[in-house]
Design a protein. Sequence first.
Length: 274
Amino acid sequence: MTLPSPCVCTWWFLQGCDGSVLLDTFSNDTSLTPEKFGVPNFPSLRGFEVIDAAKAEIEAACPGTVSCADIVAFAARDASYFLSGGGISFAMPAGRYDGTVSLASETLPNLPPPFAGFDQLVKMFDDKGLDAFDMITLSGAHSIGRSHCSSFTRDRLPPSNTSDIDPAFAATLQASCASANGTDNTVMQDFATPDVLDNQYYKNVLAHKVLFTSDAALTTNFTSNNLVRAYADFVPYLWQQKFAKAMVKMGGVEIKTAANGEIRKTCRKVNSRP
């Protein structure tokens, strides 16, 4: 099974940290598609079965007590710890309620796109109560995971662009993305340490060996570029410490309470209404 990634923007950015991305259905209106099936979540987002299994065990032990939103937050905490070899450790506050709205139509307007420039990234994070430093720090989650080639080939690889990507790295990506039958191949986001959540991402940014325009954008701002260099050059502890704090801050984005949420019995659908 695959733990939900610490790449929390996808899991938490739309309705906040409320488990809305877990929903398969939330309304009797079949024309309303939930966010997990929206672009770019589907089919890339994985790990739902891990949350299902955890929820089933917790419900059996203490029904109606722990929300799916809290389970996602704890899974992101644990994934960060294990993928960093214990270097990233933090206490994640609990007490969230689950949201009851999930809309695929909100994904594209609200999720930071891979082709975003620095100013757009700053604004999208600011809209969620997160500052530029949080954005730069949380971008380090691209140290793990995979990406579909369709997310970067058009605006990052030659001959269709003039990006600053390292030519040898671009050639490697082109070979990995080549498909005779049109399959949208996937590649590792971090070619150097693909299974470790570490500060290698920032070294890759400086070496122009990153997939997305949004990654490369971190060097286009003076302050951001300096922070990227600090994260890359100093011992991993600096970024690990800041990442832990940013994760906790992200976990507090637009949380639901008893007034506007519920504790679901299962994570894939809202509770039955009277």
